[in-house]
Design a protein around this ligand. Structure first.
Ligand SMILES: [Zn+2]
Length: 252
C-alpha cells in the first residue's frame, strides 16, 4: 500500500505526502524543499512512521512537562512502595518471542501513577499487591507488535496508537503479599483466548473472586478494564495525553 492510499483510507495527512510532492519538483527546488521538511519535522520533535501518527519524541515531551506537570512519566517502581515488576517485553517470554525493550521499566503519567498508588494501598488491605507486566510503551513497540500480529482485537492499531503509548494503560495482575505468588486468574497474560475477556463466565469461584477483585478496585480508582483482556486497564481521561515514542533509556 502506498502513502496516498493509506491517507485516503484513514484521512490523516503525514509528512510522507510532502516527500512524494517533492519528487515531482526540479532538482534545486527539490533540494530546498527536502531541507525545509526535514528541519520542520525535526524541530517539531516528531518521529517518522507511515501510519499517519506523529508520536512526540523526548524534546517535545520535556517541553510538555514544563507546561503541564501531569504529563510527567513517573517510574512506578520508585513511586509505589512494594509494587512488583515482571516486564515481559524486556524478556523473550511474550507473544512475539522477542526481547522488545532493553530495560525492564514501568512508567506512567503522573495522575495514572497516583491512582495506581491508591489502588495498591487498597489491595494491600486484602493482603495482595500489584504486579506490572507492562505500562508506558514506546510507539515503536506498538508498530512492531502490529507488524508481527495484525489482529487489532489484541494488539493496538498503529493508525491510532495504544493507550500504553500515552502512558495511560497498565497490564497487571495481583500477587499474594506474603508468598509473592500470583493469584489465579482466568488466563495467562497476553492470552488470545476468549477466557481472557472479562465478560466470559468463570466456573472456578476462587478465579472469579480474584478477577472481580482486580477489576473492582481498579475501576474504583479511575481505570476501565479492556473488553478482551482482564489484565489491561485504561486510565479514564487518556485522550488528554499524546502518543509518545521515547525509549526507557532516554527517561533514565
Ligand atoms: Zn495492555
Amino acid at each position: 500500500m502506498n502513502y496516498f492510499s493509506i491517507n485516503q483510507v484513514f484521512g490523516q495527512p503525514d509528512f510522507s505526502i510532502l516527500y512524494q510532492l517533492i519528487n515531482l519538483m526540479n532538482f534545486f527546488t527539490r533540494l530546498k524543499a527536502i531541507l525545509v521538511v526535514t528541519v520542520v519535522t525535526h524541530t517539531l520533535g516528531y518521529a517518522q512512521y507511515s501510519y499517519g501518527i506523529k508520536p512526540i519524541a523526548y524534546e517535545a515531551y520535556t517541553n510538555s512537562v514544563k507546561h503541564n506537570a501531569s504529563n510527567e512519566l513517573v517510574n512506578l517502581e520508585k513511586f509505589i512502595p512494594g509494587i512488583v515488576l515482571d516486564i515481559r517485553y524486556s524478556t523473550t517470554n511474550n507473544f512475539t518471542d522477542e526481547k522488545i525493550y532493553n530495560l525492564a521499566r514501568a512508567y506512567a503519567r503522573r495522575p495514572v501513577a497516583e491512582a495506581l498508588k491508591k489502588a495498591q494501598a487498597e489491595f494491600a488491605l486484602q493482603g495482595v499487591g500489584i504486579k506490572i507486566y507492562d505500562a508506558y510503551r514506546p510507539y515503536g513497540a506498538t508498530v512492531k507488535f502490529y507488524e508481527v500480529y495484525r489482529d487489532t482485537t489484541y494488539v493496538a492499531s498503529p493508525y491510532k496508537g495504544s493507550r500504553h503509548n500515552r502512558g495511560c494503560a497498565v497490564d497487571m495482575t495481583l500477587v499474594d503479599l506474603k508468598t509473592g505468588e500470583e493469584l489465579k486468574m482466568p488466563t495467562e497474560f497476553d492470552s488470545f483466548k476468549k477466557e481472557a475477556w472479562p465478560s466470559t463466565k468463570i466456573k472456578d469461584p476462587q478465579i472469579k473472586k480474584n478477577r472481580d477483585l482486580i477489576i473492582s478496585v481498579m475501576e474504583k480508582h479511575g481505570f476501565k478494564v479492556n473488553a478482551s483482556e482482564w489484565w489491561h486497564f485504561d486510565f479514564i481521561g487518556w485522550q488528554k495525553f499524546d502518543v509518545m515514542d521515547i525509549d526507557f533509556e532516554e527517561l533514565e
